[in-house]
Design a protein around this ligand. Sequence first.
Ligand SMILES: NC(=O)C1=CN([C@@H]2O[C@H](COP(=O)(O)OP(=O)(O)OC[C@H]3O[C@@H](n4cnc5c(N)ncnc54)[C@H](O)[C@@H]3O)[C@@H](O)[C@H]2O)[C@@H](O)CC1
Ligand SMILES: [K+]
Length: 568
Amino acid sequence: MTELLTAAQMRALEAAAIASGAVTGLELMERAWQGVVAAIFEEWPDFAVATEGGAAPQTDFYDAKHGLPPRYLDQDESSAWRAVVLCGPGNNGGDGFVVARLLHDVGWAVEVYLYGDPARLPQGARLNYERWCELGVVTPLDHKSCEWVGTPTLLIDALFGTGLTRALPDDLQGIFRIIAGLVTAPYHPRYRRCVAVDLPSGIDADTGKCWAADFTSVIRADLSVTFLTAKIGHFLGDPFSLGKLVVKPLGLPGEPFLERGFHNEPPQDRRVKLVDQRLFGKATPILRNRLGKAISWNKFDNGHALILSGGIASAGAARLAARGALRIGAGVVTVGCPPAALMVQAAQLTAVIVRAVRDAAALDAVLADARINALCLGPGLGLGAREAALVATALARRREPRATVLDADALTLIARDAALFDLLHGDCVLTPHAGEFARLFPDLAAKVAEPATKGPTYSKVDATRDAAKRAGCVVLFKGPDTVIAAPDGRCSINAALYDRAAPWLATAGSGDVLAGFITGLLARGFAPMDAAETAAWLHVECARSFGPGLIAEDVPEELPKVFRALGL
Ligand SMILES: NC(=O)C1=CN([C@@H]2O[C@H](COP(=O)(O)OP(=O)(O)OC[C@H]3O[C@@H](n4cnc5c(N)ncnc54)[C@H](O)[C@@H]3O)[C@@H](O)[C@H]2O)[C@@H](O)CC1
Ligand SMILES: [K+]
């Protein structure tokens, strides 16, 4: 898995690299802008040849004395393309000045605006500001000048990056809103592109929260180019503001540390990983083998999962979970249902065993079979006294704790009853969506929802970590940015975003399949955190592999294809 960094971790790595003498701050800035420009030209190859028939830059028309706008050329008027670079008061702005220089060198008409006092720019940024001043003017960015930004072919947002740590002042929010409105106006849709250096200004790199009043004040990017590795905030909040995310290397010594972990490892509870295909890479042969190969030819050695079903009307949810558990490799799957639903389930299920589980006493008797090593309660279960007693019985057997997934109705039941919540143990996995999370952990959900007004802000990552500690088990907080945390502080994000976006996965019953996937992996002997991460990743892969039109039933059926593609 890939490490995601906080702004402080990024700064520490940068400082360590500079202190080691391997690289200077200026070199880092140069590598950053090279990365930005390379990403722009890779994304829009036409932009690299703006010199053809291009006209001279028009930035020297800015009349600072009289406060007149720079006269710019539009592609309607000339073949020279117009770029506007918005620079801020820190090193993000420093990156902007150099990007401006390079675009100028390849023939763009470039205008540069600066928010802040040039005399107070940090050293590297100041140097690059001065270099730009040899080529063109810098217009102070204020309420008046921001109107002149217009609708450039290319807008570079280099106002704030990882250094934004407090709410934007009102004047700046107003400026942002005006520019965001201008660049989203429906002119020149073919060519108007916005590129964010590191991340769109206004978004907190650690939490994805917005330091402006709301995300409408953020200048939405078509492309965000970050360095070394993505930051946590790239995957939380409103990722749609970021457009496409591209990560460019900085050439730091030992940069591959990101695959192995840090040299000076920060404590577990400060690290966040992105769940990715490396789960199945060379580094984790055990995981790969466990998924790909049967542990033994005896089906019971591959685990026996018991999924508890609700009554006739809601019995389908447990079937979806059962199908997921079976496809992901549990040796045996049983659906336990109320006697009244027995015929319905038996008529629908073939490879899955069906048993009547009338009440808690019946469940207790079923659980005497020690081969049943993973349970799933929640999908379509119901919210009555019988169901609450089933949850209590499943959780209470702590002398022989079974890996247990609690989803949907089971989450509502434990949210209602503190005594049930107290029964949670370390072999449980909770899989709440936002509404269920708010029922279970209302205080944590309220903190996540708080707008960013003063730092440090509190994110979905923080909330999931705190929830896992409180519950004493793994919590998987669903969404396009699914966060998974363990009570010991381990935390990862499974993102269905950017090139992994699969919005069609938001379909009725897909959560039931996910619960089944986790249960199946637990039955196969995966530890709860591994099971949650692997299941979440495969769930998205199935959706991507199937494509639009997907319904929940398709998700487990796509698994064999996904496994084959992974070479399992
Ligand atoms: N850390 C690294 O390794 C690298 C950083 N680089 C660039 O440097 C950026 C980080 O630079 P900085 O740490 O200077 O941070 P930024 O450039 O993001 O912003 C810091 C500046 O913004 C001001 N500021 C913060 N919050 C504000 C608010 N609410 N209203 C008004 N002003 C506010 C600060 O006083 C400071 O002047 C990265 O995003 C990236 O673009 C790259 O050049 C290369 C490598
Ligand atoms: K930015």
